[in-house]
Design a binder for this molecule. Structure first.
Ligand SMILES: Cc1ncc(COP(=O)(O)O)c(C=O)c1O
Length: 454
């Protein structure tokens, strides 16, 4: 442990982990798809830190905008009028779909969802909300209550009135239509059934990720979002797309819902909004919702609302995405990503499915392709723990910052990554899998048990 790490460990807590098991990441600076540790080693960032550094590391156009704003004015009352705030509103209105032209600002993705939830209740006068099973919406009380994955356990029983719906997860279709075979969009029909059983007149909103992020990177079938839009309209329920993960080019569109031409009533965003250079979240709301608050009080606010430095960072990040055509770039690199993942799929039987949208690739681990049994099943102990640890170590050894969550390996580099670096990183994954496959096979055959592993 370095001296710096020791000093930090003494006073600063790590997130989402027992402190003893924390896996610190060093970072001193970076450039493009790479970041540097304190020893000057270069790491390829396949997680874009936490899926937020979409514009890349060391992006001077953003840091200079931050410095300029800090010099001019770094503090402002939430109601203050200033250039960066007005300009950010205009820049966002130009890239959000349909009439989502009004923005409420906050500090994070979780806060964006908290505020969207309040706005939905205020506008409809209804209290229940529907959210999906394999989902993540943030770590605060309300956002975790919306969340389907086990991070919610920390706040259970959580917020009253959150009703769960099944996912459009084609590889593990909850309705038995694996890989779309015979699919009649039962996942959307099921949502309507849930609405009817819960009482449509009591449901304020449906929250769903544009494309599911950390819970599996699965891409809904083409008709899903339009059908969900139709269902919500039928019952006067607001549709909220959480684009915190899937927004700002990650899927090859500004927002994932654009793939299906759907305009939700609200979009929540954060992460790529500033490219990770400052803390900012936002809720985009439609003309109709904004009109509601012309005479009704908007019961939402925070001290650092539309902070000048965060506004300047976001405006500069949007300009970088536009000037460098990063959204189009993510789309253009998707076939390269898929081609490389298909190669790995052919070479490693542990990969059950390899799917991608834009610069968001997911490789799902299975014990057996036929049965699709998970290597690291959700919320269950796994005999493959030593393999999981070995694979993680194999990525670290190669200085690949690689998101590996549950059963899924994600590939989410900054959108400015070169084709050569993208292919290089996937070769590193290939090497890491090759190195750890003997251990995987030993465990699978029963030759090695957890008890007999060092
Ligand atoms: C889809 C989604 N929503 C919300 C959040 C929460 O964002 P934040 O960590 O900025 O609160 C995340 C974070 O990973 C996310 O992936």
């Amino acid at each position: 442990m370095s001296d710096l790490e020791r000093r930090q460990r003494r006073h600063v807590l790590y997130t989402w982990t027992a402190q003893r098991g924390a896996r610190p990441i060093e970072i001193k600076g970076g450039e493009g798809a790479w970041f540097f540790d304190h020893a000057g080693e270069r790491w390829l960032d396949f997680e874009s830190q936490v899926y937020n550094v979409n514009a890349g590391h060391g992006e001077r156009r953003i840091t200079e905008a931050i410095v300029a704003q800090a010099r001019e004015n770094a503090v402002a009352h939430p109601a203050a009028v200033f250039e960066a705030k007005a300009a950010l509103g205009e820049a966002l209105a130009a890239i959000t779909p349909g009439d989502l032209d009004h923005f409420f600002f906050c500090l994070s993705g979780a806060e964006a969802n908290e505020n969207a939830l309040k706005i939905a209740r205020l506008v409809t006068g209804r209290s229940k909300v529907i959210a999906r099973r394999r989902s993540y919406h943030g770590a605060s009380m309300g956002a975790l209550s919306l969340t389907g994955d086990n991070r919610r356990w920390a706040v259970e029983p959580g917020l009253w009135g959150v009703v769960r719906a099944e996912d459009p997860y084609c590889y593990r279709c909850p309705f038995g239509r694996f890989d779309g075979e015979g699919c009649a969009l039962e996942c959307a029909t099921h949502l309507e059934h849930v609405i009817q059983m819960e009482g449509p007149q009591r449901i304020a909103a449906v929250f769903m990720e544009g494309v599911t992020g950390a819970n599996g990177g699965f891409i809904p079938p083409a008709g899903y979002w339009p059908k969900v839009r139709e269902i919500c309209d039928r019952y006067g329920i607001l549709l909220v797309s959480d684009e915190v993960f899937s927004g700002f080019g990650r899927t090859g569109e500004w927002f994932a819902v654009n793939h299906w031409g759907v305009v939700p009533d609200m979009i929540t965003m954060a992460k790529g909004l500033t490219g990770g250079y400052a803390s900012l979240g936002a809720v985009a709301v439609s003309d109709r919702i904004a009109a509601h608050f012309e005479d009704e009080k908007l019961w939402c606010g925070l001290t650092s609302y539309a902070h000048p430095i965060a506004c300047a960072a976001a405006k500069a990040a949007i300009e970088v995405y536009q000037a460098d055509h990063l959204i189009e770039r993510a789309k253009a690199l998707e076939p390269v990503l898929q081609e490389e993942m298909d190669r790995i799929y052919r070479e490693h039987e542990i990969i059950g499915d390899a799917r991608s949208i834009g610069l968001f690739g997911t490789m799902e681990l299975v014990v057996d392709r036929e049965t699709r049994q998970e290597v690291i099943p959700a919320n269950m102990p796994t005999i493959y723990k030593p393999f999981e640890a070995a694979l993680t170590a194999a990525f670290l050894k190669r200085r690949l910052h690689m998101p590996f969550r549950g059963n899924d390996l994600f590939i989410c580099p900054p959108l400015c990554i070169s084709e050569a670096d993208l292919r290089y990183g996937i070769r590193l994954i290939d090497e890491a899998l090759t190195e750890t496959m003997p251990l995987f096979r030993q465990i699978r055959s029963g030759e090695l048990t957890v008890e007999s592993t060092p």
